[in-house]
Design a protein around this ligand. Structure first.
Ligand SMILES: CC(C)(COP(=O)(O)OP(=O)(O)OC[C@H]1O[C@@H](n2cnc3c(N)ncnc32)[C@H](O)[C@@H]1OP(=O)(O)O)[C@@H](O)C(=O)NCCC(=O)NCCS
Length: 197
């Protein structure tokens, strides 16, 4: 059942990882395991994607929980992890990598996903990331394209410890430009944060 939602009933927050309480962490793990069952084993150990916890989480919650003693229900989520992208031309950039983009089923198609992505992009810009990236399933490409995301010209491969390519089950890379800087050309490698050159 879809719910009527406007900004008066949903609270949007940017929460730095260090401000996530153990109680909220448990709630996030339960929410994400429900929405992304394929990630359940990973979340059972740690709320991280490919060994990287988010730098911050953009969260939508219900404003007026029925149970006042519980945390407000999570309605939508974007976790933002820092990664480095590099190219064979020796370019290297820190990027904001969006993970776990989701809205709870009863709240979809109400603009919450768009708002969460907008807020996350604004925060990434504020933190001086030149680009945002994400990997999505192929059927989601039109969704992100309609919100201004672009497919890179060439391949984008995620690496573990700079040695092992990580097979991406959902493997369409997309990006957003946040500064007046062209997205690098050629094949792109994605790593957990590397030191600046
Ligand atoms: C994808 C998802 C986050 C979208 O959230 P949402 O709050 O329903 O999206 P919005 O209401 O902000 O949609 C914005 C626009 O995209 C369109 N849209 C929404 N979901 C879409 C989809 N799955 N495919 C294509 N377009 C879609 C909407 O119609 C809307 O356009 P409109 O304003 O012209 O009507 C949500 O459906 C979800 O959680 N899906 C399951 C998890 C998932 O697959 N996440 C993506 C991982 S990469």
């Amino acid at each position: 059942m879809a719910a009527e939602v406007d900004d008066r009933s949903i609270r949007y927050q940017i929460i730095p990882e260090e401000a996530i309480s153990p109680q909220l962490d448990r709630q996030l793990v339960a929410y994400l395991s429900e929405i992304f069952p394929e990630w359940r084993d990973v979340f059972a150990k740690r709320r991280a994607w490919h060994d990287a916890p988010p730098v911050w989480t953009t969260l939508a919650t219900e404003k007026s929980p029925k149970d006042k003693s519980a945390l407000p229900a999570i309605v939508g989520h974007v976790g933002v992890v820092e990664r480095t992208i590099s190219t064979c031309w020796n370019w290297r950039y820190r990027v904001a990598s969006f993970q776990g983009v989701s809205v709870a089923p009863a709240f979809r198609r109400l603009g919450i996903g768009r708002k969460l992505l907008d807020l996350s992009l604004r925060e990434a810009k504020r933190r001086n990331y030149p680009f945002a990236i994400l990997f999505c399933k192929e059927p989601m490409v039109p969704y992100y394209t309609s919100l201004g995301w672009r497919l890179p010209e060439d391949s984008m491969i995620m690496w573990r410890d700079r040695k092992l390519p990580i097979p991406m089950r959902s493997n369409c890379p997309m990006y957003r430009q946040l500064e007046d800087l062209t997205f690098p050309e050629g094949p792109i490698d994605v790593h957990n944060p590397l030191p600046p050159k």
